[in-house]
Design a protein around this ligand. Structure first.
Ligand SMILES: [Ca+2]
Ligand SMILES: [Ca+2]
Length: 145
């Protein structure tokens, strides 16, 4: 039997099992970066940041990156990640994936950031010590009364 609410909750779950979450491909152009990513209800999706250079590199470069909490909280709303990244000679970009965690909780849209530091083989714009880019997780859960 069950109420409409129970049925719609199950339909949600069946959709997830049948179709899974959207699989986003790694961007190669700044215009392809998804800065406002819809939160899933179950499981996770990948959201990419992109480091790009105007021209193919004449030498290998590397940098360190780490995620930083905004209003989104690491390991609750997304998976904290940090490591060294290299872009090789002849390439001009690298995409950095961050795992966004799904839930069924009604909440505000939440922000998190990626910080790039410790450049080796290149300078950050304006000789900055770090570069920070912020993305937003768009809550997809609405209260039902
Ligand atoms: Ca959700
Ligand atoms: Ca939510």
């Amino acid at each position: 039997m069950g109420s409409d609410t129970r049925i719609s909750t199950h339909a949600d779950w069946i959709d997830f099992v049948a179709q899974g979450n959207p699989v986003y491909t790694a961007p190669t152009l700044a215009s392809d970066v998804i800065q406002n990513v819809p939160e899933p209800n179950f499981g996770s999706v990948l959201n990419y940041f992109l480091a790009t250079f105007d021209e193919p590199l004449m030498q290998d470069i590397s940098f360190h990156f780490r995620t930083i909490n905004g209003t989104a909280i690491a390991n609750k709303d997304y998976i904290a990640t940090q490591r060294q990244m290299t872009i090789h000679t002849g390439e001009n970009h690298v995409a950095i994936p961050v795992t966004i965690l799904g839930d069924k909780i009604t909440e505000a849209n939440e922000t998190f950031s990626l910080e790039i530091s410790e450049p080796i083989g290149f300078r950050l714009p304006n000789n900055a010590l770090v570069l920070i880019a912020t993305h937003t997780i768009i809550d997809n859960d609405t209260a039902i009364f």
